[in-house]
Design a protein around this ligand. Sequence first.
Ligand code: FUB
Ligand code: ZN
Length: 602
Amino acid sequence: MKTFSLKESRITDGFWANRQKINAENTIPAVYNRFKETGRFDALKCEKKETPSHVFWDSDAAKWLESAAYLLSRKEDKQIRAWYDEAVEDICKNQREDGYFNSYFQVYAPEKIFTARHDHELYCAGHLFEAAVAGKKYLNDDRLLKFSEKYVDYIYERFVEKQDTAFLTPGHQEIELALLKLYELTGKEKYKELSSYFLEKRANNEKDLNDDILERWGGIDITLTGTPIRKQTEAFGHAVRAMYLYIAMADMARITGDEELRKVTERLFESVTENKMYITGGIGSTNHAERFTVPYHLPNETSYAETCAAVGLAFFCDRMQKLTGEAKYGHVFERVLYNGILSGISLDGESFFYVNHMEFQTSCDLLLKDGRANPNRQKVFNTSCCPPNISRFIEQLPSFIWYADEEKNELILSQYISSSLSNDFVDASITSSFPQSGKVCVKVNSKGKNITLKLRIPHWCDKKFENAKDGYLVYEGVFNGEEICVDFDMRVRRTFANAHAWENTGKTAVTYGPIVLCAEGQDNDVNLGRIAIGCTKDAVVEKTDDDFAIRVTIPAYTIKNAKSLYTFDSPEYEEHSLRMVPYFTWSNRGVNDMRIWFSFKR
Ligand code: FUB
Ligand code: ZN
């Protein structure tokens, strides 16, 4: 299947138009300013400073450049254009004659180039290549593309032809997927070949297997190097690295029609989403190596769920939907979009979570003190991968709405976001009230063609439709812009975890359509640990004009406090109303207690 470009698909209004406005007006300038203050952009000038830059700073700048390219194609902004141009010029000017570029290594440690597998050189290169593709596609700017071409030649020569590097595959995946983007833009086989080389060599060469990272992380294979990609059956290792790897595998399977690889990606997707994913779509259960652990290990208070991993999962869903056309990938995309990704950014768009907790008790500040928890969004981090990742994601959102197989005349609407689509194949518009209600209207003009139009039935919708098939509402015909309106019946529901998921067995979360709700201490004059959720049929949903979108009041109970810590008395319940807000909004009004999972009373 194909997706549509940001020139063809554009967000028009509603919830996501507001988030894109915040991204343009607040996030992208704020991330630039924080990166400028911390030296990330000046580092691109490649002048020696007293305090050296960092091995992966180029990736931060590159992700910002990628967001800026998308943004500038939809909205001119002189300041952002000037920042963009300066950074692009610095990168191109300081590329070495032989094609290499890394603002840390070429200035501070040229003798160490390609000697340390975990020092992110190929990861940074990959992000620069993604920025190059965005610049060419959306601004018709060749500069970074030419830079990339020269850089790829150098990498190819060192890694494939001469094999004189200390390692053969990158410690942090990213370049594999970026090379495929370059391939799809230019059609040059060399990019695909190099991507395939890095994918298939992983776990198949001594140089990488002797890596010291295993030792550093207590024997844990965080880079997914121990098992060749085609033999992988379970998601393991560092969650972001895993996502970037799986994305490249899915793209490679689609581009080459490799059935074996497709099956592996399907299997890995199941492993992530059926065994190792939080209800928010967050992934990576522990801060120890930022990684996946064992199936159903999903601790709430010490969850890691890095924002980049959530963004990575959304990209993986997109690639799987492109590969297979199946609705289930749209379901997970929607889950992570409205929860695990959005929670990573404040409502004003200027501060960010790196780690996304599923629960927080302010009275216990020990986790805070030993650095395992942080309920405050920050403007920038030492490792600041998440802020520009979320902003480049929000800019790309219009390209995840529709999927099409033009040869089969099939058009899939996956995400209900108010937007317009216009190209040679079809013209279409969507009016959606997500996430405030499940009402959606779609108009399609199929330009005289008989097409199959499929609307994804969200996983939380249990309404019965006559034309439902394989998770889609299916319509056939020539469409001349007539309106199709559907109400997916968004309502408050209790959601339960699989009984193997220790921490949440016997508890319930409360959801409203795609939104996971949470209770915050400041809205509820009671210790949240005492709450038992009641019947959600009588829940009251208040639609708000602010960035919260909704606030919900749920019939609940407080469990009566016993005198001692342990008691033989069964709990006694008193009626109570619990105020809940979308999880993505938590900690926007100061730090306070937060909970998603509660006990419940039948
Ligand atoms: O190592 C680069 C990025 O920093 C990773 O993708 C994130 O998990 C964070 O560790
Ligand atoms: Zn990150």
